[in-house]
Design a protein around this ligand. Sequence first.
Ligand code: SF4
Length: 457
Amino acid sequence: MSSLGEVKENCGVFGLYSNDKVVKQIHLALHFLQHRGQQYCGIATSDGNKIKIQSHKGMVDQTFTREDFEELDGHFGIGHVSLNDRQPMTLHSKLGDFAICFNGNIANAGDLIPQFKKRGYSFWLDSQIELLAKIIAQEESFVEGIEAINKTIEGSYCILILTPDGIFAARDPLGFKPLILGSNGKDYAVSSESRALQNLELEIVRDVKPGEIVFIDGSGFKTLKHSAGKRTAHCAFEWAYTASVDSVIDGVSVDKARNNMGAMLAKKDSGKLKADIVAPVPNSGIGHAEGYHLESGVPLKSVFLLDRYGDRSYTQATQEERNNMAKKKLSVLKEAVKGKKIVLCDDSIVRGTQIREKVKELKKAGAKEVHVRIAVPPLMHPCRYGIATRNYDELIARKMSVEGICKYIEADSLVYNTLKDLFEAIGKNNNELCLYCWDGKAFEEKQKKITEPVNQP
Ligand code: SF4
């Protein structure tokens, strides 16, 4: 039920090297990555000497001022959108001045920050980005710094570092989060998602490989180091929910993968359920509902109107305010649902409270039956690699069976895709995807210790 704010990505990054001032292009790129984080945004640029930086609380379109655009006058730079903290941050170090931002989550930050403090390091906010900056700054070069991160950190990270010479871009050895290179032959960019490249009229060049460190300057992209692992762990949720449908990640179209997930759900219903219409929970269920429709031939019809002014639930201070705002975001199209047998598609169920509300609203509006179809299997573990706002207590699938959830959300039936369906829909296997949400298997022994569930059902 991600469209209603239950699952949120932590952040997105973008970097660009050009011959002209880049701030407006980076700002535009961040607009196209805004769905990856809405609480903070920031841009740092360099002219080859100084690094200048501006960050704000809020969204890019509403916070950057004309003065910011004038101040950030460099011809290469990096930008960030976030749910957690202000980035990029700058550091004056023995390696020189640099600005850094990242997308991901450092699962062992809670252990490492106290260790660094014991060794005499001071922290401003105890933030993960400060930790990464300090690990880098203690080494003899940026490449050694990133390699030190690879050895020390448990978790996911796509890192951009802006120096007066150019931009370093690095992806963790398991490649949890996407990071893509793009160019028009004279400008060189790196982005969390290809949609930002496409909308800046840059062609996709390739994905940064897991474990690769790329340097970007006026001559293009140069691989400085590549430490490939035996497997990858691309976040399966990127294709199911997080990434925008117009993005392509690690060679797989998000739109296509979502359509495939919907088609898998339709196949399960074939010969068993004769629905009048299939509808998405907007926006997160759209690709899945389309896939269901294409496979089954059941007419695709909107049953909710997404309020264009209501998408601000993250700015509300209390849960009650967030619930009220979530309510305002979707209103039922009564005429479309009256007397109809509806298949309602979405990406996932976290707590179940909001899909329950939506099922109730459809029935109140006269729907004859509501059959809920969910693109990913029941969520059993909160993400430890970058998705915000989930913990063990929130996950309804840890407390109830599928039948129990179906009863709780007051649906006429409830069907989830299986893990096998998910592999097939994305076109990658279990040695390529992160499945921690479902199997709870962390990727190192040490991680297993830290991830022992606090509340076992
Ligand atoms: S734990 Fe889940 S949401 Fe987090 S990276 Fe893995 S698949 Fe993605």
